[in-house]
Write a protein that binds this ligand. Sequence first.
Ligand SMILES: NC(=O)c1ccc[n+]([C@@H]2O[C@H](COP(=O)([O-])OP(=O)(O)OC[C@H]3O[C@@H](n4cnc5c(N)ncnc54)[C@H](O)[C@@H]3O)[C@@H](O)[C@H]2O)c1
Length: 338
Amino acid sequence: MVIIVTGGAGFIGSALIRYLIRFTEYTVVNVDKLTYASQPEALESVESSERYIFCQLDITDHKSVLEIFDQYRPSAVCHLAAESHVDRSISGPSEFIQTNIVGTYNLLEVTRNYLEKHRLLKRNFRFLHVSTDEVFGDLGKNESPSTEASLIRPSSPYSASKSSSDLLVQAWGRTYNLPFLISHCSNNYGKWQYPEKLIPFFVNQALSNKSLPVYGDGLQIRDWLHVDDHVSALMALLTNGVVGESYNIGGSNEQTNIDIVTQICDSLCSLDKEFNREYVNYHQQIEFVKDRAGHDKRYAINAEKIKRDCGWQPTTSFETGLQQTVRWYYQRFYNESK
Ligand SMILES: NC(=O)c1ccc[n+]([C@@H]2O[C@H](COP(=O)([O-])OP(=O)(O)OC[C@H]3O[C@@H](n4cnc5c(N)ncnc54)[C@H](O)[C@@H]3O)[C@@H](O)[C@H]2O)c1
């Protein structure tokens, strides 16, 4: 069986591919443009596998992507390729429209053409579109977490582009019978995240003796999930998800941004002690800066549907997961600066 993973050189895609090669029999075709956000090093452990194929391609390139489908005959697509950083979407939305909307449209058309050519495949085929909880917009402090039935209310160009891609996927399902599933996951953390994202960014800033700039009052709330738990949820959807349905994925683990930064500083102090480095009070580097435009106050996700219908459960506690993750970036920082 062949699975195409788009964006497989990114943070979540690479974790998914490492899982697929290690624990399943799938042959994995990674379609990735290798933008600035990709982390090819994260795939070193799978590169020697005969079941791993890498194609450097832009998902907006219809002809080349269709050739890959015809050549490898996938029975599933996990679509993760995206521009994914909210701040960049505010300063330059164009790439987000191009990759997240036009790219998804192109992939849907490629999949439709491919399935029409190879009709037999359609019954067992899956198009898993990986989206984000940010499409639901922000919630008040006492509002219930977003469910699959919540309104789509994006705030940033990033979440608007992801919302648009969700709508395209739904329409291709309804109009062309494309067998899709959509997932909406909360904030992921773990190793191999591009260092502009919150956790690696703050670790690197702190260790470089630079300011730790926290937006606004730092009280914005996000739900956090370990990337390996996101991967196990995607696997559960591929196996047990119902075609045409969307599923929320989350850790029921709401944290304010300032709490996360404080926990990072605490972990760094413990690591310095363990590695006999001089004591640094990283907390003193925290600085509150002008809030991000349109900054969502709170995201929270109700993930009961995937738990109930697909038997999925997250297994990494946030405390342990965060400590392991900070340790990983800490060691990488010192290895790289040797
Ligand atoms: N990171 C999170 O917390 C989170 C949470 C929920 C959902 N998501 C979604 O999961 C997916 C993966 O997120 P991530 O954090 O791994 O992203 P990432 O930015 O780390 O990786 C994205 C990957 O997509 C590739 N890519 C970008 N444009 C491309 C194009 N035009 N053609 C082919 N490849 C292209 C990049 O090279 C990169 O390898 C995204 O769709 C994102 O919206 C992310």
